[in-house]
Design a protein. Structure first.
Length: 242
């Protein structure tokens, strides 16, 4: 076992899953992988099982149904903490996140940061192949979150991150309430409120070329309402690490 675990949630990612797994292991840099599959009807989990004999540190967690991105990551966080990993990563299966950037995210945490965020907006707008309305929606969502919460993060909805173990232990995976797009916002908000050191690392986000996106306007709507609820609740809570 290595000290770093990359959590990859999947639902119908048969076109990408084997390639992304091989890309991470080809880094030869000490990353384990946990695929959290939500009973993909396209056979994603079966592909993972087929190649598991090649990789001792490839793990699979199968869930009964599609229960949301947030709950998939929470299940992955529990796994990571139970197994004793020091660095825990969130990464998409569709190559929108470049596996090579795992190295700089981990290095950032090794150098003293508690949470490293692969940021699309810390040095301009670094997005490739997204339609303009999608770019505007994402960018404006981050501005909205900053305005409502005061959080000093440019890419508040980013899904490519490295947490140190201490962040997840302090937050407590079961204390995260949102399950969709707002989950990414809530995790950053809680890390910030607890006073952890957070650094945005510039990346280039490239839209998927295979498979179907799971994003929808309904997910953004959840985030809009959820951010207000989250801010109000935070006014009545003390964030003191135990």
């Amino acid at each position: 076992m290595n000290n770093s675990l990359v959590i990859i949630p999947t639902f119908n990612e048969k076109e990408n899953i084997e390639d992304i797994i091989r890309a991470v292991f080809n880094l030869k840099a000490g990353f384990d992988i946990l695929v959290v599959d939500d009973n993909s009807p396209d056979g994603t989990a079966a592909i993972v099982k087929k190649i598991q004999p090649e990789f001792e540190t490839l793990h699979l967690l199968e869930r009964e149904g599609k229960s949301g991105l947030g709950t998939a990551y929470i299940a992955g966080f529990h796994y990571a903490l139970d197994k004793g990993y020091d660095y825990i990563f969130e990464m998409d299966a569709d190559f929108s996140h470049n596996p090579k950037d795992l190295l700089q995210l981990r290095k950032t945490c090794e150098n003293g940061e508690d949470l490293a965020i692969g940021s699309r907006y810390i040095s301009g707008v670094n997005v490739v192949n997204w339609p303009m309305d999608r770019v505007l929606m994402s960018y404006c969502a981050s501005l909205y979150v900053q305005f409502i919460t005061g959080i000093p993060i440019k890419d508040t909805t980013a899904g490519f991150k490295c947490y140190t173990r201490n962040v997840l232990e302090t937050i407590g995976p079961d204390n995260v309430h949102f399950v969709g797009y707002a989950f990414q916002i809530e995790m950053k908000f809680l890390a910030w409120k607890y006073g952890f050191k957070i650094k945005e690392v510039p990346i280039v986000f490239t839209d998927r070329t295979k498979g179907q996106s799971k994003m929808s306007r309904g997910i953004f709507k959840e985030a809009v309402i959820g951010v207000i609820q989250m801010k109000i609740k935070s006014l009545f809570k003390s964030y003191i690490p135990s």
